[in-house]
Design a protein around this ligand. Structure first.
Ligand code: PGA
Length: 234
C-alpha cells in the first residue's frame, strides 16, 4: 500500500475540502490518501481519506499565542501532521531539534508525524546533499518513537519550482534515508518523495526503489489534478 499525502499549504477553504472529500469518495484505490490542510479546515469529515495538519507546536499548552498543540489537532480527528516542512524551516526557523520535539509531541498525541528532510540549492551546490539528508533524519526523527513515523524527502530547491531531481538522485537519497532509518531501528518506515509531483511523473517516481509514496503540494488542490495521481499509483 502506497501513501499519497496532499499538502494544501495556505490554500483552500472548508467548502473546498468538503468538495475534495466528496470527489475522492468513489475512486478505486488501495492507497492511503491523506490531506494535510490549514488548521481552520480540521474537523471536516474526511470520509475515506485521512485528514492531517501541516505543523504542530513543540509545546503541550500554555502561553504560546498563535500556536496549536498536537493534542488540539488530535482532538479534531486528524491522524497525521507534517513537521519540518521546508517552508516552516525557512520562514519559522524550524531546526532539526525543533522538528524532533514537534514529531515527539505528535506521536505522544497518538498521531503520525510526516517528517520532512531535504537540501537547499546552496547545500546541493556545495556538495552537502547527503550530509544534510542524513543529519536531517538522525536529528529530526525521535529515537525509539513510541508510534509510527513517516519520512518525506523533499529537495527544497525543487518544491513549487516545477523542478524534479532525476530518478537516480531520488534513488540515492531514498537509499540513504532507508539505511539511516535501518541503523536507527526503524526499518519499515515509509519514505515519501515530495516536490513537483504531478500526474505525469507520479508513477515514474514511484518506480524508484525505497519510494513508498508521494507528498504533493500544488497538484493536491484540485480533484482533477489529484485523482489521476492517486489512480496512477498502483
Ligand atoms: P509542490 O510542493 O508539489 O508544489 O512542489 C510539495 C511540498 O511542498 O510538499
Amino acid at each position: 500500500m502506497k501513501i499519497i499525502a496532499g499538502n494544501w499549504k495556505m490554500n483552500g477553504s472548508r467548502d473546498a475540502l468538503v468538495n475534495m472529500v466528496r470527489a475522492l469518495q468513489d475512486i478505486d484505490t488501495s492507497n492511503t490518501v491523506i490531506l494535510c490542510v490549514p488548521y481552520t479546515m480540521l474537523g471536516v469529515d474526511g470520509g475515506n481519506v485521512y485528514i492531517g495538519a501541516q505543523d504542530a507546536s513543540a509545546h503541550d499548552k500554555g502561553a504560546y499565542t498563535g500556536e496549536v498543540s498536537a493534542d488540539m489537532i488530535a482532538d479534531t480527528g486528524a491522524r497525521y501532521v507534517i513537521v519540518g516542512h521546508s517552508e516552516c524551516r525557512a520562514y519559522h526557523n524550524d531546526t532539526n531539534d525543533t522538528v524532533r520535539q514537534k514529531a515527539a509531541a505528535v506521536i505522544a498525541a497518538g498521531m503520525v508525524p510526516i517528517i520532512c528532510v531535504g537540501e537547499t540549492m546552496d547545500e546541493k551546490q556545495a556538495g552537502k546533499t547527503m550530509e544534510v539528508i542524513e543529519s536531517g533524519v538522525r536529528e529530526s526523527v525521535p529515537s525509539d518513537p513510541d508510534g509510527d513515523v513517516i519520512i518525506a524527502y523533499e529537495p527544497r530547491w525543487a518544491i513549487g519550482a516545477g523542478l524534479t531531481p532525476t530518478n537516480a538522485e531520488i534513488a540515492t537519497a531514498h537509499k540513504l534515508i532507508a539505511d539511516t532509518l535501518d541503523s536507527m531501528g526503524l526499518s519499515n518506515t515509509p519514505i515519501l518523495y515530495g516536490a513537483s509531483v504531478k500526474a505525469s511523473n507520479a508513477a515514474d517516481i514511484m518506480s524508484v526503489p525505497n519510494v513508498g509514496g508521494v507528498l504533493v503540494g500544488g497538484a493536491s488542490l484540485k480533484p482533477d489534478d489529484l485523482i489521476p495521481i492517486i489512480t496512477s499509483i498502483k
